[in-house]
Design a protein around this ligand. Structure first.
Ligand code: NAP
Length: 303
């Protein structure tokens, strides 16, 4: 199937282009971006121009930051093309529901992707936990914003979500592996004095579940989920690429390598089946944290 990528920046170059190029399902037929392009691929700066010039492009994958994404998605659906959304699928829950309704009415597939759910051991963790009695869960998601979002001011602007941008990846894993849903009880959000969005967040959920997100970590990065059960402790590290049970190796793969290829394989399957997938449960927890969280001011942040 012919596919177009819109918003050629860090994640499009790092993950989307290599995954599409390596896949037997897809041919990258065009890009649309104000400045970015991919060598050898027809490049447009206007979405509607691109879609009119390429009526055979069936799927459009949107890789720009979340704030502008809704308008692009709306136009893609209105043009009768299937649409794939980077995470988070919207800046509000209402946007996501509106897009889902539009896609249904237009008879096209919409896929709200959660790349961390495709980390190599996440499905195995869900399967292992399915029949266990869980006593405690703790998530540690600490990374260096300067490495993963260099000079991307949008992450600290309204709708950018701050540290919730990577934190929502952890929540996408949590909502996939825990056998029973949890909901937020309280949160503390640390806002740099000069920024609109938090740089660190602590969350407390039902089910003795806690999460600690921090964007100020230098050196080794931590993307861990620990789940204690009456039958032993499961520990996902490297964002879900490695797993141990009671400290014993239960599988490890290179971090992130298979995540985006798995998303593109799922998109091919959704289009073939005329189906859609829009699970907003990770975004709901983020919205709850902004509604319920206590705000704390911390040191100003500059790149
Ligand atoms: P980015 O590099 O800042 O943005 C991607 C591209 O989107 C930009 O190069 C820009 O291209 C276009 N863009 C930016 N603002 C726009 C606007 N207002 N209107 C239209 N186009 C705009 O961001 P990114 O790191 O790739 O992240 C994009 C999405 O991927 C986010 O939702 C993020 O959560 C997700 N993601 C990022 C990472 C990561 O490691 N960074 C990992 C996984 C997922 P032009 O200037 O050429 O238009």
């Amino acid at each position: 199937m012919k596919i177009a990528l819109v918003g050629i920046g860090k994640i499009a170059r790092d993950q989307h282009v290599p995954s599409i190029t390596a896949s037997p399902d897809w041919a990258l037929a065009a890009t649309c971006s104000r400045a970015g392009h991919i060598d050898g691929i027809p490049a447009y700066t206007d979405l509607e121009d691109m879609m009119s010039a390429h009526p055979d492009i069936q799927v459009v994958s949107l890789c720009m930051p979340p704030v502008p994404r809704y308008e692009f998605a709306r136009k893609v659906i209105a043009a009768g093309r299937h649409v794939m959304l980077e995470k988070p699928p919207g800046v509000t829950l209402s946007e996501c529901h509106a897009l889902e309704d539009m896609a249904r009415a237009a008879g096209v597939s919409i896929f709200a992707t959660w790349h961390s759910r495709e980390a190599a051991r996440v499905s195995a963790a869900r399967d292992w936990l399915q029949d266990k009695e869980i006593t405690k869960t703790h998530i540690t998601w600490r990374e260096d914003v300067r490495t993963w979002h260099p000079n991307q001011d949008w992450v600290f602007e309204p709708g950018g979500m701050g540290v919730m941008d990577p934190g929502i990846n952890a929540l996408s894993v949590m909502t996939k592996i825990l056998p029973s849903p949890v909901h937020l009880l309280g949160a503390e959000l640390e806002f740099p004095a000069n920024r609109q969005m938090p740089i660190a967040v602590q969350l407390q959920f039902t089910g003795n579940t806690t999460a600690d997100f921090d964007w100020r970590q230098t050196g080794p990065q931590t993307w861990d989920v620990e789940v204690w059960t009456t039958a032993g402790k499961l520990h996902l590290t490297q964002g879900g690429a490695h797993m141990t049970i009671d400290g014993k190796d239960a599988g490890h793969d290179p971090a992130i390598a298979g995540e985006y290829p798995a998303l593109y394989a799922q998109m091919a399957d959704l289009v073939a089946r005329g189906a859609s997938e829009m699970d907003v449960s990770p975004l709901r927890h983020v919205a709850d944290a902004f509604m319920l969280g206590k705000r704390v001011q911390v040191e100003a942040f500059d790149w």
